[in-house]
Design a protein around this ligand. Structure first.
Ligand code: 5GP
Length: 322
């Protein structure tokens, strides 16, 4: 684990609220009660956690402190590129623009390269009109922060079935056509996965993809990436052991793979521990782990992945010299 902690790493799938630790929340609010997400069928408990976070982070100073807490945790474990994601919110009297600006300002305090994905929570739209309005709002916010916001994420409780009827058609109107990553296949829903793959959108990555249709055909020219989040996937799939993780299946698909934390606060994990646990479960070598970081860099929405790769290689070379 110590060696993996020193490896330069890339995180592409981290939700801001879920990355805030239970200790941070408890210190900030005496009303916060720890949430135990280990155990069977706990997807519902995860969403309970996000609601609990939203009761503690209620203003811009709280957002700034929680963002600093999250980014510093990644910086402390040699993460060289962090693509954070969050749902812009109105906190008290503060606007969504102020929300994004606060995250941007705090992220800029770090040497670590941080970019942002704006999340669209599928649970917040109940009609095509609402979805179109939300997509337009996110596009406007992205346009207001061209050096910081690099794409859009679709997240939210997968049991809420609004993606096929509302969110996907609305995303086909996204202008500018920003790169997209969509959470899907967290629960079995082959119709949704197929609809996402066939939609007229700039789909680059799939989040989780625990359950894919058995006859899935992925065109390798599309250069897809699957964002794996081992601990989170165990919880969603109700598995006891990482050796049963769908890494076994997706490693044979014509896709890139990236390994991520998802919600490091909620799951009490780190990027290093996720890589370590996957390496132990699947007997991955150091070179395999390095290769996973290179795949993640190629999959990043960062506007200059070549420089990102060069920075990664020089840090890796410095590590090898030690
Ligand atoms: P925030 O957007 O407030 O920074 O982060 C919390 C949100 O991230 C949650 O409301 C939820 O929509 C989304 N999220 C976090 N983890 C997961 C996950 O594992 N699956 C899905 N589908 N959404 C998630």
């Amino acid at each position: 684990l110590e060696r993996i902690e020193a490896l330069p790493k890339v995180e592409l799938h981290a939700h801001l609220s879920g990355s805030v630790s239970q200790e941070f929340l408890a210190a900030r609010s005496p009303e916060f009660r720890p949430v135990d997400v280990v155990g069977p069928r706990s997807l519902g408990k995860c969403f309970e956690y996000f609601r609990a976070v939203s009761r503690v982070i209620v203003d811009l100073p709280g957002l700034a402190a929680s963002t600093r807490h999250v980014v510093s945790a990644f910086a402390a474990e040699e993460c060289v590129y962090l693509e954070l994601r969050t749902t812009p919110k109105r906190l008290g009297a503060a606007t969504e623009v102020e929300y994004v600006e606060t995250v941007r300002r705090v992220a800029a305090e770090f040497e670590l390269d941080v970019k942002l994905l704006l999340s669209l929570d599928r649970g917040t739209v109940g009609s095509l009109e609402e979805a179109l309005a939300r997509v337009k709002r996110l596009a406007d916010l992205a346009t207001a922060f061209p050096d910081f916001v690099v794409g859009i994420d679709v997240c939210g409780d997968p049991r809420v079935k609004t993606l096929v009827p509302y969110v996907l058609p609305a995303l086909e109107h996204l202008s500018p056509r920003l790169p997209l990553t969509i959470h899907t296949g967290e629960i079995r829903d082959d119709e949704e996965v197929r609809a996402i793959l066939n939609a007229d959108i700039d789909l680059r990555r799939l989040g989780h993809a625990c359950f894919l249709p058995e006859d899935i055909m992925i065109d390798e020219r599309r250069n897809f990436t699957i964002e794996l989040c081992p601990t989170s996937n165990l919880v969603a799939m109700n598995l006891a052991d990482l050796t049963d993780h769908h890494f076994t299946d997706v490693r044979h698909l014509p896709v890139r793979l990236s390994v991520n934390t998802d919600d490091r606060g909620l799951f009490n994990c780190s990027l290093s521990s996720e890589l370590h646990d996957l390496a132990v479960a699947f007997d991955l070598s150091w070179d395999d782990l390095v290769d996973l970081q290179r795949q993640a860099i190629r999959a990043a929405f960062h506007p200059d992945t070549d420089s990102l790769l060069a920075a990664f290689e020089s840090k890796l070379a410095a590590l090898d010299d030690d």
